[in-house]
Design a protein around this ligand. Sequence first.
Ligand code: K2U
Ligand code: ZN
Length: 170
Amino acid sequence: MSVLPIVQFPNEILSTVCAPVESITDEIKTLAADMAQTMYEAPGVGLAAPQVGKSIRMIVVDVSEEKDCLLTLVNPVITEVSEELICGEEGCLSLPGIWEKVERHAEVTVEYSDLQGQKQTVHAHGLLAVCLQHEIDHLDGKVFVDHLSRLKYDRACAKLKKRRQQEKRC
Ligand code: K2U
Ligand code: ZN
């Protein structure tokens, strides 16, 4: 398994709608393992394939305390959402240092294929529900700052630009 470089915002691949996974090959299984290792190393609780440069519909998530509950979702689809919304601070491994409040559905149902090609369904609430919505956004070419007001979006972009300029000086 390898730790892969994480694509940084802005980047065209992060605003591109990903292609479905047509068949679950050994290459897809290796990518999934590398994505999981990259997520744990970051550390994060989720990661989407475009964040490691692959514009395909696959995500990994693990919101467990013990980091022993990895879910790999191939071609995930949100099939049900709660009317109840929750608002929480989100960050993103592609936008380091940016944390902003985002409104999400409190509960979601997601249908997907696992790495054995079996159809699965997960009913999620709490951090898992937020993480799944965040990661599936990535597959649709959206990052969490796209949910912000124009003022907060511009402020986040300016903060990222300043951070990168400071990093270059080091
Ligand atoms: O897409 C990503 O960059 C992974 C995010 C997923 C995420 C963002 C906001 C809320 C839930 C999940 C990273 O895990 S961001 C870092 C992080 C780490 C621990 C808890 C929450 C966020
Ligand atoms: Zn993200």
